[in-house]
Structures are given as C-alpha cells and as structure tokens.
Design a protein around this ligand. Structure first.
Ligand SMILES: *Cc1c(COP(=O)(O)O)cnc(C)c1O
Length: 477
C-alpha cells in the first residue's frame, strides 16, 4: 500500500509505544500508586471533620468533570489530581465518618480497603480455579467459615456476587429450577412457556429487590401471594396460606425499615413439611448469627434452601460484596450452568458455577480479610456494637420526647413526631446541619426519620452528637 521506505513493517509497528512508555514510567518507582495511597489516606482521615453530605461548593466542583473526551493522552497524574481535588469532596462521607445513617450502607473497615487494594493490583478473574487459584481458595475459605457462622448444613455453597439484588435473583433461580425439576420440567432448557405453575409467597414488606428478581425471572410480580405483616413488618404466620411443593416462599432476616426478623422458628417447619423452597433475604440482618446476644433473632432461618447476604453492609466490607448461599448446591449450579469449549473447569473450586457472571473480580478477598482479621469474637463485637448504638440512640431520643416507632431489635431506629407534617422538615434540618445524614421512610402510612446504624466507626460519642442534633433541629422547626 505504501512505498515510504521509513515506514516500519507490520510486525514492527507499535501504536501504543508512547502511551506504554508513560505507563511504564507511572509504575516505575511507585510514584503514581503511592500518591493515590496518600490521597486515600488523607480522605479517610478527613471524613470526621467535613460535612457528611457534600456542601454546595463541593457539588459545584463537579462541573470540572464536564468536558469532552480528550483527543490526546495526558499524564496519569493530571487525571488523578482532578479526581482527588473535585471528586473526593463530592462524595458522601460514609466510609469512616460514623455519621452516615441512610439506607443500610455500612462503613469500610481499613483492613478490607487495604486487602482490596492489593487484590485490585492482582487483577484476578475469579471465574475459574485456572484463572485465579488464590481467588478460588479464598472463596472456598469464606464459604466454609460463613456456613459455620450461619449454622448452615455442610454441603451448602456460596456464590460471590455484586450484592443482595443479584443474590436474591440467584436464590430464586435455584428454587425455580428445583421446584420445576421435581415436576419433570427443566426450566433451563424448556423455559417458562408451558411450565407447571409455581406459587410465590412473600410478606407485604418484602424488599424492592425481591420484586425486581421475580420480574427478571419471568415469574411475574402479579402472581405473588402477599402475606399480612405485624406492626414490626414481620410476616404473620397466621396469615400464611397453605404451602405445597410448588411454593417459593421468601422470608426476611432484617426488615429494611424496622430491622425486624420474620418468625422463622414458626414458619420453617411448615415450609419443610410442605416441600416448599424458602429463600431468606438476610442482606444485613443475617449477620445477627455472628452475635451471641442477637442470634435468637434469626434462629430457624438456617433451615432455608437459599440466602442473600451482603458483606458490604453489616460486615463493613467495600461495595460489590454480596453472597448467595444455597444448601442445594446442585440446584444453584444447574441454574447458573454455562459451557463452552474454552471454559476449562477443574477439580477445584470454579467460582463461576455459582454465579450469573463469568468474569468477576476477586471480591471474596475483602470478605475473607474482614472475617479473618476480626475472628469470631470481633465479628460478634461488630454486630453487637451496632445494636448497642441503635439502642443508645433510641433511648436518648425517647428521653428527649421523640417517638420511637419500632422495637429496636437490631440496628434500625424509626423516629417520629406527634405532628407528621414536621417530619420532612426535621429531616431537612438534620441534613442541613452537615453533622449527619439520615433518610426518611413511610412506616404504616406515617412519615418517619429512618436511622440505620451500620458503621464500625460510629462511637457512643457520635450517638450523643446525633441526639443533640435531633434536639437542635426540632427546636428550629
Ligand atoms: C440492601 C438490601 C437488599 C439489596 O441489596 P443490594 O446489595 O443493595 O443489592 C435486599 N434486601 C434487603 C433486606 C436489603 O437491606
């Protein structure tokens, strides 16, 4: 095509040469990675002395990201500077502030962050043993430890997924597979058209992601048989319809508002006798099993077939750390089955047989690091401590004349005012204080301030400050 004598032959061309030299320089001597580590260290330490939600100036700084995709490469440090200068201030300070009480977000334990950094450098693909022996080994270790911690039958397996949304999807997919297979129907091959009907049963307070999973699985949310709940949001066993072997029953360990647990000890024997499949959504609450004083809450749940659990909530691991646990290993594997000539399964653990994804980062590293470094006693202390702080908050607020609308059995506190109309204004005032962040919810048709105590960093002194902030905010209404 060209007769230019200076032009190199195809085998010698190297389009990425300049950029690679830059990347080599970034790596050499560790300047870039060490800089990032320093910036992260500053960020973690600064969290307790900045507003929990970014202030107006920090939000205005987001305009700095409003640029077209650059035509030319630039030094990596420029990009990281932008991130630290305008990105860090526009974050919600929840990793170590101890004052973020929205959703059920959990903080970030330093050991988990550090383990993640190392694992990120490894850049492992946890799909197969052959793509990452270390990821497979740590997944196996976490699986064994968690099954013991949660009291699951030996032979139960764990899939490491992004979060409980995916874990619920996987648990219900395994149940759908098994219940239909028992009726002679292979849903993976034959699909749902013409399949025997399954019954879906859930308490009225099932989490939004349960509905999402039901929809994604083609089971249809309209088909859910809703069961009445009591004043704490617990499924009321008296209203449970008669169960049979076509039932997928979805229970909850930890109501996302009240923190309440379904009465497993009463429901599980009925489900077992009927041959139903039970999925327990225990995203944050199933960790009660780690606490000797709270374990009674989830007692009986261990008899279920599948479970969803988040290490990124109560365990304070970084995001993207969910788990599906399944006592029927074969059903989960059948529901997640994949094959291809280039997929080389081993006689070791191949993580992708338990998950929807194939390529996955080695997320088990962080869960493993938290479990190992805290140990049984440290895990108990972490979970028990969250409950103690929630009780401290509820007692302090009740003393100050606020209405506590739930029984504080775990980490959730629902706070009301005699005048419902003032609740949204109270929330606005609390958020504007910059000292903490709380969200709102509707609890049996009344507005409440919803406080989720779920960070390792929340100290007794933080709770005192939160109580003072509530009193100040109310005074200003
Ligand atoms: C958080 C939560 C979920 C969803 O989990 P993600 O990790 O956000 O996907 C499901 N159920 C309950 C009870 C939860 O608290």
């Amino acid at each position: 095509m060209t007769s230019n004598p200076e032009r190199k032959g195809p085998g010698e061309q190297d389009a990425f040469a300049t950029a690679r030299a830059q990347a080599d320089a970034d790596l050499a001597g560790g300047a870039l990675l060490r800089w990032a580590q320093g910036a992260a260290q500053d960020y973690m330490e600064g969290q307790r002395s900045r507003p929990v939600f970014p202030d107006a100036e920090a939000l205005a700084g987001l305009q700095n990201f409003d640029e077209p995709l650059p035509d030319q490469a630039s030094p990596a440090q420029d990009t990281l500077d932008l991130l630290a200068r305008f990105g860090s201030p526009a974050t919600v300070a929840q990793a170590a502030s101890g004052r973020y009480f929205g959703s059920v977000n959990g903080g970030l334990l330093p050991v988990a962050l550090a383990a993640r950094w190392l694992a990120d450098a490894w850049d492992q693909n946890a799909a197969l043993f052959l793509s990452s022996p270390i990821a497979a080994t740590l997944e196996q270790r976490c699986q064994d430890w968690l099954c013991a911690l949660l009291g699951l039958a030996s032979g139960a397996v764990a899939g490491f997924v992004p979060g409980s949304s995916t874990a619920i999807l996987c648990g219900l997919a395994a149940g759908r597979y098994r219940l239909l297979q028992r009726q002679g129907w292979d849903v993976g091959r034959q699909g749902l058209a013409g399949a025997p009907r399954l019954r879906l049963i859930a308490g009225r307070h099932a989490h939004a992601t349960v509905l999402k999973a039901v929809a994604l699985l083609g089971l249809g949310t309209d088909s859910i048989e809703w069961v009445a709940v009591d004043d704490q949001g617990r499924l009321d066993p008296q209203h449970l319809p008669t169960l049979d072997p076509t039932c997928l029953l979805i229970l909850q360990a930890g109501n996302v508002n009240s923190g309440a647990f379904d009465p497993f000890a009463r429901i599980m024997p009925l489900a077992q006798a009927a041959g139903a499949w039970v999925h327990v959504d225990g995203a944050f609450g199933l960790w009660a099993q780690a606490s000797a004083s709270l374990r009674h809450l989830s007692q009986g749940a261990e008899g279920a077939q599948s479970f969803s659990l988040d290490a990124h909530k109560t365990l304070n691991a970084p995001y993207d750390n969910g788990l599906v646990l399944c006592s029927d290993a074969q059903a989960l594997k059948a529901a997640m089955a994949a094959s291809g000539s280039y997929i080389v399964y081993s006689d070791q653990r191949d993580g992708m047989v338990f998950t929807p994804e194939m390529s996955r980062r080695a997320r088990a590293v962080e869960t493993w690091a938290v479990l190992r470094s805290l140990g049984r006693q440290g895990l108990d202390d972490l979970v028990t401590g969250l409950h103690q702080r929630a009780e401290q908050l509820a007692e302090g607020l009740a003393e100050a004349g606020f209405e506590i609308r739930n029984t504080v059995v775990f980490n959730q506190v629902l706070v009301g005012l005699a005048d419902d109309a003032q609740v949204p204004r109270l929330i606005d005032a609390l958020q504007a204080s910059g000292q903490l962040w709380v969200g709102g919810a509707s609890w049996f048709d009344r507005p409440v301030v919803r406080v989720s105590v779920c960070s390792w960093a929340t100290r007794p002194s933080d709770i005192q400050a939160v109580i003072a902030a509530f009193i100040d905010a109310r005074a200003g209404l």
